[in-house]
Design a protein around this ligand. Structure first.
Ligand code: CAA
Length: 380
């Protein structure tokens, strides 16, 4: 695959690929069976700077940009999507903290993730009754004297049991904001009143940690607001624009891994390599993978250049890459029959892992809504 990368981007990609080959891929199947959280791997990746690829060096990042970040996620995600998604969410949390946080928030919380002190940070937006409709949240934060009281429940929170920081969205009720506008808060997970539910058992990405978080009248300081009161929804959407590039990069990795696995089988099985239908299907799927890769790089480049809002391109990359990863993994299983289903290869895991990417950080249906709204506004 031709990647027009700079030497610095290529260096990140190569280092990520080497680490993935040595430390992530060999235990991916075992992790899928045991659901073990990849604490050691995440710590090592943090030591390499990979929890803040697009974050300033003063906070422990690499300052390597969004394209480099995308390649790193693809390499690690190809080896194990569980590690890839955790790394992706961690980078998103660090970036949003750097963009909107106070100096105190940045200095306190970003290094917890970039230096690998914790497994990561959590993006606490979804709730039992509001996943796609993020604005429908019920969690509230009431301002009392000199602090906030946060009360509510957050669902499907990635890395929630291992986080060194929670970004929590709530409707904030303050004497100057009596309508309770959506506001983001930076919360220390050790704060009394927070409880972590059991790890969810998911169809795929078993090594990533997904939990419910309950905030029972959690008292946090007045200066816990991220950005400004009432700017939370916009902050969440901007963060997700970047996060969706991460998920799309991960999906490209899953799809590429599936084609690699299939190629190994086909190349060593004459009945398959001499079958024109099989060979033609590989060509078709590879072409789709390339298209997904180009869309991901396009969105990453726009974000990196900071030229404009890249919402539409990030959503297009997310929906196309994740749907393509599902198509590729499922079609390869269909193509290879019994060999695709057996756990001797990773294909059946990759099918399950790919399916999950179509849900988190906004479902495919939501991405299409985001794309269409943006387009219709432009064409109005
Ligand atoms: N950048 C900046 N501002 C944005 C924005 C963006 N990308 N998207 C929306 N906004 C602004 C709008 O301009 C608007 O501003 P004004 O009020 O000033 O006009 C405001 O935000 C409200 O926008 P909408 O009217 O579009 O809001 P909505 O309620 O209709 O949003 C939605 C609809 C796009 C579907 C949104 O709810 C959404 O993205 N839902 C999906 C949520 C999601 O992705 N959740 C993932 C959970 S996190 C996760 O999965 C992480 C993990 O752990 C793996």
């Amino acid at each position: 695959m031709h990647l027009d990368l700079t030497p610095a981007q290529l260096d990140i990609k190569t280092r990520a690929a080497q680490f993935a080959a040595e430390h992530v891929r060999p235990v991916a199947a075992q992790r899928d069976n045991t659901d073990l959280f990849p604490s050691d791997e995440l710590k090592q990746l943090a030591d390499m700077g990979f929890m803040g690829v697009n974050v300033s060096s003063q906070f422990g990042g690499l300052e390597a940009g969004v394209v480099a970040y995308s390649t790193a996620i693809t390499e690690v995600g190809a080896a194990d999507a569980s590690v890839g998604v955790t790394m992706s969410v961690n980078n998103m949390v660090c970036e949003v903290l750097e963009q909107f946080g106070t100096e105190h928030q940045k200095k306190t919380f970003i290094p917890r993730i970039t230096q690998g002190e914790y497994g990561g940070g959590s993006f606490c937006l979804s709730e039992p009754g509001s996943g796609s409709d993020a604005a429908g949240m019920l969690t509230r934060a009431d301002f009392q004297d000199d602090h906030w009281i946060i009360h509510g429940t957050k669902s499907w929170i990635t890395t929630g049991a291992h986080a060194g920081v929670f970004l929590v969205w709530a409707k904030a009720f303050h004497p100057d904001h009596e309508d309770g506008p959506i506001t983001a808060f930076v919360v220390d997970p050790a704060t009394p009143g927070i409880s972590v539910g059991k790890a969810e058992e998911k169809m795929g990405q078993h090594g990533s940690n997904t939990v419910t978080l309950n905030f029972d009248h959690v008292k946090v300081p007045a200066d816990s607001v991220l950005g400004h009161i009432g700017k939370g929804f916009r902050i969440a959407m901007m963060a997700l624009d970047g996060g969706r590039i991460g998920v799309a990069s991960l999906a490209v990795g899953i799809a590429r891994e599936a084609i690699q696995q299939a190629a190994t089988i086909i190349n060593t099985t004459p009945a398959l390599s001499q079958d024109a239908t099989v060979v033609s299907k590989i060509g078709e799927l590879y072409q789709e993978l390339q298209a997904a890769q180009q869309m991901v790089f396009h969105a990453a480049t726009l974000k990196e250049k900071k030229v404009a809002r890249f919402t539409r391109e990030a959503s297009m990359a997310k929906v196309f890459a994740t749907e393509t990863a599902s198509t590729i993994t499922e079609e390869l299983v269909a193509l290879l029959g019994p060999m695709g289903v057996l756990k001797d290869t990773s294909l059946e895991r990759l099918v399950r892992d790919a399916r999950v990417t179509r849900i988190y950080e906004g479902t495919s249906e939501i991405q299409r809504v985001v794309i269409a709204r943006d387009l219709l506004k432009e064409l109005a």
